[in-house]
Design a binder for this molecule. Structure first.
Ligand code: ADP
Length: 238
């Protein structure tokens, strides 16, 4: 099999004395669409931040496309943060936010050129928010905001798209739309990793899940992994 897109080897990290994630071994292969699932506080966001190179493991190593990150972000990864954690006072229009996805390509050039603007408009059209370019991000619905940040990530043309709780804080219809969009992008070849605490949505939409609760509890197809014991840790059988 080809080299994994993401590989964690014995990764442990804690903010204080207690580890938030402990001895995690995980492989995400090119072309996979997978969820990091688990209850609140299980360490999902911490794992994402380790994979993004925003945190450095206390023990173990994180590889992205074979490169040992050592706490440095990989250029082939794009990130969609949780919209609930965003500062909405940031004064920017939709087009400006989306163009930030192009920063790495702009290099020393501090402005977007015509190609960047054309690419940004095309990606907004693709996500069916082509008419929102001039609007302030603060004035959009949660679902629209989520698509703006997805558009920004797509403009970077990443090999791996990482999303933190993309279905949190939006209505059910928008949740379905987002998950369909992600499936569509994955069919086009993009590798996708997202966190969710919503086991039902994960079971219905994700082809692969990693269940975490400080440690990696299980991984596989949701219908094989979501045993009664995982869905309800106090389950003792009938
Ligand atoms: P999840 O994303 O699954 O809800 P997190 O990765 O956010 O879990 O959190 C895992 C554990 O680490 C929790 O016990 C949480 O309280 C703790 N934690 C998360 N971020 C911080 C931080 N910045 N400082 C201290 N503790 C944190």
């Amino acid at each position: 099999m080809s080299e994994p897109m993401v590989e964690l080897r014995g990764v442990t990290f804690g903010y204080g004395a207690t580890p938030a994630v402990e001895d995690i071994n995980l492989h995400l292969h090119r072309g996979q669409f997978a969820g990091l699932v688990g209850p609140s506080g299980a360490g999902k966001t911490t794992l994402l931040r380790l994979i993004l190179g925003l945190l450095t493991p206390a023990r173990g190593r994180v590889f992205v496309e074979g490169m040992d990150l050592r706490g440095k972000p990989s250029p082939c990864v794009a990130y969609v943060p949780q919209i609930e954690t965003m500062d909405w006072n940031f004064p920017a229009t939709v087009l400006q936010v989306v163009l930030m996805g192009r920063i790495r390509r702009m290099g020393r050039r501090p402005w977007a050129n015509r190609d960047d603007a054309r690419a940004a408009r095309a990606v907004l059209e693709r996500l069916e928010i082509g008419d929102l370019g001039a609007r302030h991000i603060r004035d959009l619905s949660g679902g629209q905001q989520q698509r703006v940040f997805l558009a920004r990530a797509l403009l970077a043309e990443p090999d791996l798209l990482v999303l933190d709780e993309p279905t949190a804080g939006v209505d059910l219809q928008t949740q379905e739309n987002i998950l369909h969009w992600l499936a569509f992008l994955n069919q086009g070849g993009m590798t996708i990793l997202m966190t969710t605490h919503d086991l039902n949505a994960a079971a219905a939409h994700l082809p692969w899940v990693f269940v975490v609760n400080r440690q990696l509890v299980a991984s596989g197809e949701p219908d094989k992994v979501f045993t009664p014991e995982i869905l309800n840790p106090t389950y003792k059988g009938t």
